[in-house]
Design a protein around this ligand. Structure first.
Ligand SMILES: [Zn+2]
Length: 246
C-alpha cells in the first residue's frame, strides 16, 4: 500500500513537471470583449483612438478573431482554446456611436456581434441605432445583430412574466427588422436568474453571453448559458487590456 502511495506521488510530481513544461502554451485562451459606447466621455465608453489601438494590437500580434458562427459551433462542442490566442468582439445596447467601431472593424475585417435592444430603436431615441444602421451593419457578413432584451429595464429582471413579455417583444422586433435572427442572447446588466435562463433555454436560445470577464480555455469548462466577457472601457489601461487577451 505504502509502495502504491509512493508511486502515485511520483506520478503526481511528474504530472506537475509536465504541466509546468506546457504552461507557456496553456496560457493561450479565448477572450471575449464587450464594448458599449465609442466615446471619450460617456460612461462605459471607449475612445475611437483606444479602440483602434486595441484592434491593431490584436491584428498585429497573431490573434484569431472568432465570428458569431464560430462561437456557436465551439460552445456546442468540446473545443480547446489553449493552444492559440483567440478573441471575439461584442457590443451591447445598440449605441449609435458604435457605428464608428463598425467602420474600424470593417476596414480590418474583424467580425463582431452587436447585441441590441428593440425599444430605443423602435421609439427612435437619440443616441441609439436607427433601422438604417441595423441594415448597414447586417449588410456586412462580418457582423451579426443579436438579442439584448427589448427594454433593458431592471424591473423586468425581477418579474418572470415581464421578462417573458420583454423577450418576446425583442424577438418580434428583431424578426421584423433584420434578415436573420441568431438565437443568441446577452443578459442586460449581465444579470442572470435561474427562471430567466430556463425560459431562454425553452425558447431554444443557443448561447447566452454575460459579463464577469474571464479567459476561456475550454468550452466544456464554461456554461454556454453564461459565457464570460471582459468589459472594456476608457478606464481599462492598455496594459490591462493586454493582460485580458494574452
Ligand atoms: Zn446592456
Amino acid at each position: 500500500m505504502l509502495r502504491m502511495i509512493k508511486i502515485i506521488k511520483k506520478v503526481t510530481v511528474l504530472m506537475g513537471i509536465t504541466l509546468i513544461c506546457i504552461s507557456p502554451k496553456a496560457q493561450a485562451s479565448l477572450s471575449i470583449l464587450l464594448y458599449h459606447q465609442v466615446s471619450d466621455t460617456k460612461k462605459y465608453g471607449i475612445s475611437e483612438e483606444k479602440f483602434t489601438e486595441q484592434m491593431n494590437f490584436l491584428k498585429d500580434n497573431g490573434f484569431t478573431f472568432l465570428s458569431h458562427e464560430q462561437l456557436l459551433v465551439a460552445f456546442n462542442k468540446e473545443v480547446d482554446f489553449s493552444t492559440k490566442k483567440y478573441v471575439a468582439v461584442t457590443f451591447d445596447d445598440g449605441w449609435r456611436s458604435q457605428m464608428k467601431a463598425v467602420k474600424i472593424l470593417a476596414e480590418r475585417k474583424i467580425p463582431a456581434i452587436f447585441f441590441i435592444n428593440g425599444e430605443p430603436i423602435a421609439s427612435k431615441w437619440g443616441g441609439y441605432f436607427n433601422k438604417e444602421h441595423l441594415k448597414e451593419i447586417e449588410s456586412n457578413p462580418l457582423f451579426v445583430i443579436a438579442d439584448h432584451s427589448f427594454s433593458h429595464k431592471i424591473k423586468t429582471l425581477h418579474d418572470p412574466e415581464l421578462l417573458k413579455e420583454d423577450y418576446r417583444k425583442n424577438v418580434d422586433f428583431l424578426k421584423a427588422n433584420i434578415k436573420s435572427y441568431s438565437l443568441v442572447y446577452a443578459y442586460p446588466y449581465g444579470a442572470k436568474k435561474k427562471e430567466y435562463i430556463d425560459y431562454l433555454k425553452e425558447q431554444n436560445v443557443q448561447l447566452i453571453y454575460g459579463t464577469g470577464g474571464a479567459k476561456i480555455h475550454q468550452t466544456t469548462k464554461v456554461s454556454k448559458y453564461d459565457i464570460p466577457r471582459f468589459t472594456i472601457t476608457n478606464s481599462v489601461s492598455f496594459e490591462q487590456f493586454k493582460q485580458y487577451v494574452n
